[in-house]
Structure formats: structure tokens, C-alpha cells
Write a protein that binds this ligand. Structure first.
Ligand code: XMP
Length: 316
């Protein structure tokens, strides 16, 4: 692919010239965008890039182990892992407003970085892509901002780094192709997008450790079920949402009172608009049966059949 090869070469050159012998730091989330940005900038400046993986505790099941393995073993980039789970959860205590959650997480992220970098890094690399820019900028006179995607909108103003966003004008499919050219494993590149604030915006209302554990397990089972039935690659994004609603159920001959979990899956090209996925009932049934059997705390499961618009992909 000539034009993408050209883009890569040009970008590497440009980044190398700009950063020169200074140092840069990147927040690697393990998602497509930050993974591609990491490898690209690593090609440009090598050891002068420090890749940091912040475990904010709002990640999918076993995420930190997987990401570490991929970058250390496969790509040969030494990854610094920071366990900041407690910090984030403390800050998020009693917070129910989605935009507040995003703001807190975005700010805390930067604070963690400032601590890690101890003023030794001049540049912050971000994996912002074009759709992030558009969605976050949708704030004209009469249009309310939709959501502040935190790798753009939620940054604090007293930020200490110069920011480089090498993928800013690219679409997701281009980012994936660049990742392939750079040799990043396909199972990383073709993963569903995962929001920066993570499970914080998939737990409606207050975030607690108990709820996080419930959601992680349920989400893992749903994704496993999709993969097993060859549906994972047919959808843009699939996940589960833990609602604060409890409903009555019956287990054996006992009354049960547990949370409602929502399953969400959408088809989309860029995430700007989306249609709910017509997953076969048998697969939904398999997921529902497994989740209610295996995850304590969930008593009822519903499937979200709204498209975007009017709904957004995430519930918060
Ligand atoms: P929505 O919910 O706005 O989602 O229809 C569109 C796409 O963006 C992701 N998303 C986020 N990504 N920070 C992110 O990095 C965020 O705050 C955020 N909110 C939504 C969402 O997962 C979907 O892919």
C-alpha cells in the first residue's frame, strides 16, 4: 500500500525531526490507536520513547497481563506498568455524572503521567484519531457537545507536555492498515474499540469494586461467546453495561434480587453512526445463560436494540 507506506516514512521522519534528542512519553492503553502510535514513534526515536501502561482499574478482564505480554515479548518495547487502580477508584467514589467521570479520569491520567515523567519528558504522544477530533469538536453555538472523549476534550489546561498526535487525520481502517505494515499482531489491531474511561462509563451510576468485578466477568463471557460463534469480527463493537437497576428473579425456589445487565453490539464504520447488530437469538441465548449461571450479582439480561442516532454507542 504505497500511500500508507509513504505516510509512515514521512511521519517517522517528521517525529524524529521534531523530538530530536528530547524524550517522549506515551500512554499505551492496548487499544488499536495507542498501540499503533507507540510502535510508530518507537520507530522514530527508539529508546527515547517511554511507553507507560496505566492500569486505572477500569479495564477488561486480564487486560494488563495481555498488553504487557504483547509489547514486551512480541514488539520488544519495554513497557512501564503503573498500578493506579486505587487512586482512580477513590476519585470516582460517589460520582454518577458521566462527564464528571470522564473529566476525573482524564485529569488523573495526566497527573499520573506528570509523576512518572518527573519533568524528564518534553513530549506527550497521543493516539487521537480523526473521529475523536470530530466528536469532541461537535460543540457549535446551538449544538451541545456530545461527549468529551477524554484523549481530546478532557485534558486539564495546565498541562506540562507538548502534545504530538501522529494519527490525528487518519480513520480507524487506515490506522489498522498502518499497524499491519508496522508488524503489530492482528488480534490487537482488529480488537473492538475500547473507550479511554473504560468500564467507568459502562457502569451506570456509582462505580464500586464489586460492580467492576461483575462487569468484567460478564463482558468476558459475552465476548467469548461471540468469538466462539464467529461473530466477534462481524461487529464494530460489543460489550456489556451494568445498570443500577435491580429486579426480582427466582433461583431454585428462592426469591432473588439482582442487577440488570445490558448487552450492546453495534455495526458501524467509524462509530459516528451505528446500527444495532442482528446477532442470532441462539448466540444471545448462549451468552445470557452463561452469564446468569456464572456471574453472581446479575439477575436479568436485556439486549439493546437502539441505533445511533438517537442513542450513542456507549450508555454514558
Ligand atoms: P459514542 O458513545 O459517543 O461512542 O457513540 C463512539 C465511539 O467512541 C467511544 N467512546 C470513547 N472513547 N473516550 C474514548 O476514548 C471516551 O470518553 C469515549 N466515549 C465513547 C465508544 O466506545 C465508541 O467506540
Amino acid at each position: 500500500n504505497w500511500s500508507l507506506n509513504y505516510f509512515i516514512e514521512e511521519k517517522i521522519e517528521e517525529i524524529r525531526n521534531e523530538i530530536n534528542d528530547k524524550k517522549a512519553i506515551i500512554a499505551l492503553s492496548g487499544g488499536v490507536d495507542s498501540s499503533v502510535a507507540t510502535v510508530l514513534v518507537h520507530k522514530a526515536i527508539g529508546k527515547n520513547l517511554k511507553a507507560v501502561f496505566v492500569n486505572h482499574g477500569l479495564l477488561r478482564l486480564n487486560e494488563e497481563i495481555e498488553v504487557k505480554k504483547i509489547f514486551n515479548d512480541l514488539i520488544g518495547i519495554n513497557l512501564t506498568v503503573i498500578d493506579a487502580k486505587k487512586r482512580f477508584l477513590d476519585k470516582l467514589k460517589n460520582i454518577i455524572d458521566p462527564e464528571k467521570k470522564r473529566k476525573i479520569i482524564g485529569e488523573e491520567f495526566i497527573r499520573v503521567f506528570e509523576e512518572v515523567s518527573k519533568n524528564n519528558y518534553d513530549y506527550l504522544i497521543q493516539g487521537t484519531i480523526y473521529s475523536d477530533v470530530i466528536e469532541s469538536a461537535a460543540s457549535g453555538k446551538n449544538t451541545a457537545k456530545i461527549k468529551s472523549h477524554h484523549n481530546v476534550g478532557g485534558l486539564p489546561e495546565d498541562i506540562e507536555f507538548k502534545i504530538i498526535e501522529p494519527l490525528k487525520y487518519l480513520f480507524k481502517d487506515e490506522v489498522r492498515k498502518i499497524g499491519e505494515i508496522l508488524g503489530i499482531p492482528k488480534h490487537i489491531l482488529y480488537r473492538h474499540p475500547f473507550p479511554g474511561p473504560g468500564l467507568a462509563i459502562r457502569i451506570i451510576g456509582e462505580i464500586t469494586e464489586e460492580k467492576l468485578n461483575i462487569l468484567k466477568k460478564a463482558d468476558h463471557i459475552f465476548i467469548e461467546t461471540l468469538k466462539k460463534n464467529n461473530w466477534y469480527d462481524k461487529v464494530w463493537q460489543a460489550f456489556t453495561v451494568l445498570t443500577p437497576i435491580k429486579t426480582v428473579g427466582v433461583v431454585g425456589d428462592e426469591r432473588n434480587y439482582d442487577y440488570v445487565l445490558a448487552i450492546r453490539s453495534v455495526n458501524s464504520v467509524e462509530g459516528m453512526t451505528a446500527n444495532w447488530s442482528k446477532i442470532p437469538f441462539e448466540i444471545l441465548e448462549e451468552a445470557s445463560t452463561r452469564i446468569t449461571n456464572e456471574v453472581k450479582g446479575i439477575g436479568r439480561i436485556v439486549y439493546d436494540i437502539t441505533s445511533k442516532p438517537p442513542a450513542t454507542i456507549e450508555w454514558e
